[in-house]
Design a protein around this ligand. Structure first.
Ligand SMILES: Nc1ncnc2c1ncn2[C@@H]1O[C@H](COP(=O)(O)OP(=O)(O)OP(=O)(O)O)[C@@H](O)[C@H]1O
Ligand SMILES: [Mg+2]
Length: 307
């Protein structure tokens, strides 16, 4: 019945601490990740991404709400997490063992050791030539790569990655992005990843939830979110009057005779009509797709003001 939904979060919340130290890290998050999707969980530092991932992995308990993975309640039925591979913040390895040996220990603990698969994964994550060095000598990026190999050892259907490109150099970031897309496209896996970089989500994900201060403030297909938040550039006179007319409904910025309005393309007729009705002369209207980066900055900035 639920087999097309890999993750379902229902009104999930997490509060840490008491009284003055109370932090509402995650607030009423509801979302669904369909099988086969690459789903982005995007938010600035402290937004609640890692907390959410730790709850999905049953590493910490939610204060409220329900978490289902492949239709199973993760707290009541944690065996379902065998179908999940995760790279969480600061993956822990044995420092005095080699990368290869670390994978072996992990795999043996889980009862799925296969030397050929380990080797194959080490090659895929670009660690084959460093696999026989001790982990204590690894850089952050190398540990991140080894962590990814570790997450994939048991060939999980769902891969959860907390900021997978952290610590990687630009070439490593590109490789990681391609790798993630291939996981979905070539291996049919579902991927849920967190990021604080919009550009990354834009390149890698099909769908995104933007989280800020523990709340999901936007959710949708990456392409749809972009289309809904285009920017209109208008040349008008007088610009001051135009700004005053539009400001109650839209975000408006004036630059000389031009004003820019953050609005969907579908709002264009209403905007022009309002201006004309208020004796503003309209000389030019252009619609410009806003970069997801700008959009992200806008929504997170607005959220901060509101609080
Ligand atoms: N164990 C904890 N005890 C108290 N507060 C916590 C705990 N873990 C997280 N928090 C708080 O919860 C909020 C969300 O933290 P979280 O680590 O989930 O954010 P994040 O989105 O992963 O951020 P980053 O991008 O920096 O990794 C923060 O305010 C953080 O300080
Ligand atoms: Mg985090």
């Amino acid at each position: 019945m639920h087999n097309t939904i890999a993750i379902r979060l229902e009104n999930m919340s997490k509060t840490f601490g008491h009284r003055k130290n109370r932090v509402r890290a995650v607030r009423n998050v509801t979302l669904e990740v369909q099988v086969g999707q690459v789903y982005g969980f995007l938010g600035p530092n402290g937004a609640g991404k890692s907390t959410t991932i730790r709850m999905i992995m049953n590493l910490i308990r939610p204060s409220a709400g329900e978490i289902y993975v492949y239709g199973r309640h993760v707290q009541k039925d944690h065996a379902v997490l065998r179908r999940v591979g995760a790279l969480v913040e600061g993956a822990a390895f044995y420092h005095f063992l080699t990368g290869r040996k670390n994978l072996e220990v992990l795999a043996r603990t889980g009862g799925y050791f296969d030397a050929a698969r380990s080797q194959d994964l080490l090659e895929q994550v670009g660690m084959a030539d460093r696999a026989d060095r001790l982990v204590k000598g690894y850089s952050t990026g190398m540990k991140q790569r080894l962590g990814l190999a570790a997450a994939l050892l048991h060939d999980p259907d769902l891969v959860i990655l907390d900021e997978p490109t952290n610590g990687l150099d630009p070439a490593g970031i590109q490789e990681m992005r391609t790798f993630i897309r291939d996981l979905a496209q070539k291996q049919g896996k579902t991927v849920f990843l967190s990021s604080h970089l919009l550009g990354e989500v834009e390149q890698v994900c099909d769908r995104v939830a933007i989280i800020n201060h523990g709340e999901v403030i936007r959710e949708g297909k990456v392409a749809d979110l972009l289309a809904a938040q285009s920017q209109l550039l208008l040349e008008v006179e007088p610009a001051v009057q135009a700004t005053a007319v539009l400001a109650p409904r839209w975000s408006v910025a004036a630059h000389g005779k031009s004003i820019s309005v953050l609005a969907g393309r579908q709002d264009t007729p209403a905007i022009v009509q309002m201006l004309v009705a208020n004796d503003v002369a309209v000389y030019e209207v252009r619609s410009q797709r806003q970069s997801l980066e700008q959009f992200f900055l806008e929504v997170t900035a607005k959220q901060e003001i509101r609080e």
